[in-house]
Design a protein around this ligand. Structure first.
Ligand code: NAG
Ligand code: NAG
Ligand code: NAG
Ligand code: NAG
Ligand code: NAG
Length: 577
């Protein structure tokens, strides 16, 4: 851990903030009391993103209560209106017709009442019968207890839902007997089953992560169920749980209350200790209120992740107008706090993704919402471009710092794949050993994004294929190691394994490049990785993009389709629909 982490640390808790003791046992966020109300003097544009969600300045974290209502997508998010570090949190609110162009409204929820006077933290929306949205969120009350509150729109005829009311019968849920009032937060969207509404709330008991279950007939009076919906030993505090059904056939999303034969359930939790998330696929029995992950879903540290990079506190919602389940996730900064202060901003939301169950039923697939394609402009295409060992070829004709790249690589055979050592269980560690410049057999091959002309800086996104006893193992990396000449940055070699059939000799990659973010979808969305990087040379018009191969087996870019991306309307002040 960094020294800074121990210096200005006090307390705090939020979907993303925890009491941090000097022994640093839990939590990785810090409170900078001296900085949290320091207004950004000037917003530095250099690393600001072109098409990712962000406000004009200051700090953002968790996405909250995404929903579709009155012809608009609504996104709320944890926001510090006064500075570029965490603090003074309110629920900022933006609306969009297409999930791409956004208009900022007034904050929807902020501390005013005894039940939330010390904090308005993360939560979710439920659309009640009669098309009535209701928000559940975590408040910090006068005694700093974490309680679950509700808020309702002041005027259902206003499609912008500008004003929210927090009635005085709050809170709806107090931490019950045996529940730790400092670790009880982030209520989910409610689902209806068996005559009751249900929600889960994230918590912990000692080192066990817990999703407490609550039931209600009328949404107002909630009773804690005898058993949590689920828990797992040694995972620490569960933040931002999300629980929803997925169809076992096809890409269509399901409304949160749907259940039955054709359905499996997904439980995702955000692990405060490690600051990453994992999910399981399993079965939910409403009669006994039990959720049991399948034996193919590891339930703990080694579980499957939506994203193996900067991606946390995520939340899905069901978009009934298009039958999609859409995922939002927060991509935090990888730079240091003094850089954030100098930039005047910190945090973005990753591009919203459609999410569905893979045909094999064991994992989810994700893909950027198709509306994003409306920003595509100049286009370049390649076909059958061979990359011999050690070569890299520049992709020109687009703006490499703000681009969308889709590429399919093919290779004639897997004979040259390097042997896989079964002790390599940690993908990130393997990627840090075997980076893009370490020659291999089949791979490393992929893209060098945000690269300077002479490769002093670059963020490679690539695959490497290994041969295990009975199968091949595919590693996907998004490696920030050489991303910037700047010191003092967090430059992890993010990586995940890709569960993909290689019998057709192909691997595909889509990468969204946006100044300080590289967001990649491997093998049709089987493995996704988001990296935050801060080049000093490879910026704006000086950024380059290459396809490369550093394996002994030759690799062909069978097809490449890349676009410059336009800038959407993004929460600019004074910009109204
Ligand atoms: C509610 O919103 C509608 C639509 O914006 C507006 O016409 C109406 O005046 C609002 N009602 C109140 C009481 O503000
Ligand atoms: C309650 O939660 C807080 C915050 O995570 C933690 O510091 C404290 O040790 C917990 N108390 C107990 C009794 O587990
Ligand atoms: C996992 O469960 C399936 C049935 O759902 C069973 O066929 C299989 O043998 C189980 N595998 C293991 C390793 O327990
Ligand atoms: C390929 O590997 C060689 C030797 O390992 C290295 O010097 C070179 O930089 C690598 N090329 C790329 C594009 O990473
Ligand atoms: C994002 O920032 C990096 C660098 O400071 C930390 O290491 C991560 O823990 C942090 N991630 C989250 C989710 O807060």
């Amino acid at each position: 851990m960094e020294v800074l982490q121990f210096l200005s640390v006090f307390m705090l808790v939020g979907c993303c903030f925890v009491l941090l003791f000097n022994n640093g046992v839990e939590g990785s966020h810090k409170i900078y009391t001296d900085l949290q109300s320091k207004h950004a003097v000037k917003v530095n544009q250099l690393h600001r993103t072109g098409f990712h969600f962000q406000p004009p300045s200051h700090w953002i974290n968790d996405p909250n209560a995404p929903m579709y209502y009155g012809g608009f997508y609504h996104l709320f998010y944890q926001y510090n209106p006064k500075g570029a570090v965490w603090g003074n949190i309110v629920w900022a609110h933006s609306v969009s017709k297409d999930l791409v162009n956004w208009e900022a409204l007034e904050p929807a929820i902020y501390p005013t009442k005894p039940f939330d006077i010390n904090g308005c933290w993360s939560g979710s929306a439920t659309i009640l019968p009669g098309n009535k949205p209701i928000i559940l969120y975590t408040g910090l009350d006068t005694q700093n207890r974490q309680v679950q509150n509700y808020a309702i729109p002041a005027n259902l005829s206003d499609p912008y839902l500008r004003k929210w009311i927090k009635p005085d019968n709050n809170p709806l849920v107090f931490p019950g007997h045996g529940v730790n009032a400092s670790a009880f937060r982030d209520p989910t969207t409610a689902w209806w089953a068996d005559g009751h509404w249900r929600i889960i709330v994230g918590s912990r008991r000692k080192h066990r992560g817990i999703a407490y279950l609550y039931r209600s007939k009328d949404f107002m009076k909630w009773t804690q169920a005898q058993h949590p919906l689920h828990s797992a030993a040694n995972t620490g505090m569960w933040e931002c749980p999300d629980f929803f059904p997925v169809s076992i056939r096809g890409k269509n999303g399901l409304e949160t209350s749907v259940n039955g034969e054709h359905v499996k359930h997904v439980l995702k939790v955000s692990l405060d200790v490690t600051r990453y998330e994992y999910y399981t696929v399993g079965t939910y029995w409403p009669e006994i209120d039990r959720y049991i992950p399948e034996n193919t879903s590891a339930d703990g540290w080694s579980g499957m992740r939506y994203d193996y990079g900067n991606f946390y506190a995520s939340k899905t919602f069901f978009d009934a107008t298009t039958n999609r389940r859409i995922l939002w996730g927060w991509a935090n900064e990888s730079d240091a706090v003094d850089h954030d202060i100098a930039k005047g901003w910190a945090g973005i939301q990753a591009i919203p993704r459609v999410l569905w169950l893979d045909r094999c039923g064991k994992q989810l697939l994700q893909w950027p919402i198709e509306e994003l394609e409306s920003l595509r402009t100049e286009n370049v295409q390649w076909s059958n471009h061979e990359l011999s060992m050690g070569s890299h070829a520049e992709i020109t004709g687009i703006t490499p710092a703000q681009a969308d790249v889709e590429v399919t690589f093919s290779f004639p055979s897997l004979d040259k794949a390097e042997p896989f050592d079964p002790s390599w269980v940690d993908a990130q560690q393997l990627c840090s050993q075997k980076g893009s410049s370490v020659q291999g057999g089949v791979g490393p091959f992929g893209l060098l994004t945000l690269a300077s002309e002479n490769l002093e800086e670059y963020t490679p996104v690539f695959f490497r294929v290994f041969k295990d006893k009975f199968k091949h193992v595919v590693l996907m990396c998004s490696d920030a190691k050489s991303s910037s000449l700047k010191r003092g940055l967090y430059k992890p070699s993010f990586a995940g394994f890709v569960n993909v059939d290689l019998s057709d000799g192909k691997l595909s990659l889509r990468t969204l490049i946006d100044h300080s973010v590289v967001e990649s979808f491997g093998a049709e969305g089987r493995t996704c990785i988001t990296s935050r990087v801060y080049p000093t040379l490879a910026v704006l018009g000086n950024a380059h993009l290459y396809a490369f191969n550093n394996g002994t087996e030759s690799v062909t870019v069978e097809k490449l389709n890349a676009w410059s991306m336009k800038k959407p309307r993004m929460n600019e002040e004074g910009n109204r629909f």
